[in-house]
Design a protein around this ligand. Structure first.
Ligand SMILES: [Zn+2]
Ligand SMILES: [Zn+2]
Ligand SMILES: [Zn+2]
Length: 479
């Protein structure tokens, strides 16, 4: 069995943290300098033969493992002491997990008696290494395991003193005909199964009043950055540590979104921040105490509650029978650890060591706000989802408020929204704003003895007719 063979095939192995390790210098970005790592030279080979790392052998580990093993560590995988490893020989064995079939027996503290079997007992979840074990990386001393948002360094603000002189002219919108209005209403009626279409076909138009709704939209596209410590099982992947150079500042790493005005996020490993640490959860053994049997390897039978027999009612009398589940033992092997008392460590996925590094997360967010001016009884929000004429559109790193639109309320909304679009924790990459003119026609009509109205809006000629005279109850009867 090769040392690289995954520990337990059913375990699914280790999946890399998404985005981690994906740092790709883009023109002038940071890349490891010089020949590091020389192919195959790191970790040094031959420095470690698969035995336990000696006491004190972990750089930065702080506490050397006590000789004779950690409390709770299995004897087979415990530290035996011995000479220090050759300098730089850690990480030792390419992150190979312990070979399958060599699951150690648990020998640490455990209950004096077998515990009642609980198939739903909670497995320990991966935990972050203790902060004091993390390296001190220049410029990243405040980084923890939770995201730490970093405001951008000051940058040249391009807000202009004056509005642009050659702004796009405002355009007008087409009006609708009586035929358009009637078709829109018939379409509306057809979408309501019970509505009668007679009224829509026969009504007489009294007047079509064309108006316009105005829809102003401001978008600000910003970039935010945060850092945190991240860890993943060490499986022999490349380690770009501080020995390769100074870590670039979080805002010095180049990253650009795939396209503007779309939300994205992307994670990068900050160059020169990685190191290998022994797993703190399993004391670098790859295994932890089984959560189901607490290390004993056996549990009390849940069917007979450990008595070995059950009582069954048969032929009018209670009879004592040997328990079928444990064959009268009252105990049986733990199904989770198969009697070893230990299970694979979740934190390192059995690989014994962790790769720790600082992760940079870049978040691109499009902030959108809008304002609608609509002066008929048509609900304003309906304007948002229909098309209209784009009367004005402008895009720049910073836009100047609209001040030349014939509807004052739009100009005022533009000033207010632009003022409100301040995002101190983000670098603003681009802004754009636009005004759409959406046609709204109030259609006044007479049908039988009723006078009422409906509204046709948007280039799609959507219809809003809350007072349609031939709805379900009367519509069905008047056919
Ligand atoms: Zn167990
Ligand atoms: Zn039993
Ligand atoms: Zn572990």
């Amino acid at each position: 069995m090769s040392e690289k063979t995954p520990l337990l095939s059913g375990q699914g192995g280790y999946a890399p943290v998404p985005g981690a390790g994906g740092y790709q210098p883009q023109g002038g970005g940071y890349a490891p300098q010089g020949p590091y790592p020389p192919q195959g030279a790191y970790p040094p080979q031959g420095g470690y033969q698969g035995g336990p790392p000696p006491a004190g052998g972990y750089p930065g580990a702080g506490q050397p493992p006590p000789s004779g093993g950690y409390p709770g560590a299995p004897p087979g995988g415990s530290y035996q002491g011995g000479g220090p490893p050759p300098a730089g020989a850690y990480p030792p064995q390419g992150g190979a997990p312990p070979p399958a079939g060599s699951v150690p027996k648990f020998s640490g503290e455990m209950p004096n008696e077998d515990v009642m079997d609980d198939p739903n007992s909670q497995e320990a979840q991966p935990t972050a290494p203790p902060m004091e074990k993390m390296d001190n990386i220049g410029g990243y001393s405040n980084v923890g395991f939770n995201a730490n948002v970093l405001p951008p360094p000051s940058y040249e603000d391009v807000t202009k003193e004056q509005p642009p002189t050659d702004r796009q002219a405002i355009q007008n919108v087409p009006t609708i005909t009586e035929q358009d209005a009637r078709e829109s209403l018939l379409n509306f009626v057809s979408q309501h199964c019970c509505y009668g279409k007679g009224a829509a076909e026969d009504l007489k138009f009294l007047d079509l009043k064309s108006t316009s709704a105005f829809h102003y939209t401001l978008e600000t596209y910003g970039e935010g950055r945060s850092t945190c410590w991240a860890y993943e099982p060490y499986t022999g992947q490349m380690i770009d540590g501080p020995q390769n150079g100074t870590a670039p500042g979080p805002w010095d790493i180049q990253a650009s979104p795939p396209s503007l005005f779309q939300d994205y996020n992307q994670s990068f490993e900050v160059p020169h921040t990685a190191s290998v640490k022994p797993c703190h959860d399993c004391f670098a053994s790859g295994y932890v105490r089984c959560h189901r049997c607490f290390g004993r390897g056996r549990v009390r039978c849940s069917s007979c509650h450990g008595s070995g027999h059950t009582t069954r009612y048969h032929d009018g009398e209670h009879r004592r029978e040997r328990c079928h589940w444990c064959h009268g033992d009252g105990r049986r092997e733990c199904y989770t650890c198969h009697g070893h008392g230990m299970v694979v460590c979740k934190t390192c996925a059995g690989h014994r060591n962790l790769k720790c590094y600082i992760k940079l997360t870049v978040t691109w967010k499009n902030h959108v706000n809008d304002h609608i001016v609509e002066r008929t009884p048509l609900p304003d929000h309906l304007i948002r989802n229909v098309s209209g004429q784009i009367a004005f559109e402008e895009s720049n790193q910073r836009v100047w408020p609209i001040n030349h639109f014939h509807e004052r309320e739009i100009n005022e909304a533009s000033v207010r929204l632009i003022q409100n679009h301040q995002f101190p924790t983000e670098r603003i990459l681009m802004q754009r704003h636009k005004v759409r003119i959406v046609p709204v026609t109030q259609c006044l009509y007479k049908w039988k003895n009723t006078e009422s109205d409906f509204y046709v809006y948007g280039f799609e000629h959507h219809c809003y007719a809350p007072n349609y005279p031939q709805t379900c109850c009367c519509g069905c009867s008047i056919l």
